[in-house]
Design a protein around this ligand. Sequence first.
Ligand code: HMG
Ligand code: MG
Length: 301
Amino acid sequence: MMLPSSVRLVEVGPRDGLQNEAQPITTEAKVELIEALADAGMPVVESGSFVSPKWVPQMADTAEVLARIRRRPGVSYPVLVPNIKGLEAALDAKVEEVAIFAAASESFAQRNTNCSIDESFARFAPVAERARAAGVRVRGYVSCVIACPYEGPVAPAAVADVAARLMELGCYEVSLGDTIGVGTPAQVQAMLAAAEGRVPVGQLAVHFHDTYGQALANILASLERGIAVVDCSVAGLGGCPYAKGATGNVASEDVLYMLDGLGIHTGVDLARLAAAGDRISALLGRPSGSKVARALAGKRH
Ligand code: HMG
Ligand code: MG
């Protein structure tokens, strides 16, 4: 089994996790979480989104969050932007990286962004162009790479097509998301085989939700295909407001424990990461969604 010797972890908890929380979370708690994740060694901490506050009120304070965090050199703090209005806010906040988000299914594109896949690309084109002109890196997301909560199974060719279109807009990397966490390893490898036919494997990332408990198996299956960038969410925070029934993202602590065990370098410290996850879980008033974090906490008592 040929696995990469190092993996870049992309921490999405402060955005993909907290965007889905019903209870309000203070700006201060978000700032503390983001700083703790960067201090734990996360090279990328997705820190919010400049989307319509009517659609996702939980991210309405992203500008304030970005103004208040202490930005560590070498750490990237990307934000999601759906349109030019979002990009302008991101540029005002002096971000160095933004993410645009497309879907491989028409129904999900409609529910998530109120437009068709083609219309979403018409919106993204000027966003990507202006971002790049301003020296801001652009990451792309594809949602529903295995199945859509409204349409069912999604063809690997449709995923590959959307990923290739994001690359044509100038994204430096495309993250492939199993938004509802239904995929199993053979399906994931078939989807990746199609995507790798259109996008170099070094520019692909994977983004799993753990709804059916398959996320770690799917990550290992992805590593076997040469993927070396993995999205994850501390304490397993998350879900998706437009994907009913989707539980949290794969927990960062669980991914890191597996990678550490495989001898794969990440630069992230498990104890510090778990402490960040325990702190936000305590603030949310519930146990961590990470099995590793719960096991580590159990050992301390
Ligand atoms: P719309 O209603 O069609 O847009 O929404 P609109 O242009 O008609 O604007 C409606 C209102 O929103 C207007 O305000 C705009 O000014 C405002 P009003 O005039 O009514 O007072 N507005 C904005 N405000 C702030 N920032 C903006 C912005 N844009 C418009 N950027 C839109 C279209 C795309 C804006 C909306 O659908 C939206 O915000 N969607 C975002 C949904 C979202 O954030 N989803 C979660 C992220 S994706 C995800 O989680 C999946 C991922 O993790 C991968 C995976 O798991 O698979 C990435
Ligand atoms: Mg997600």
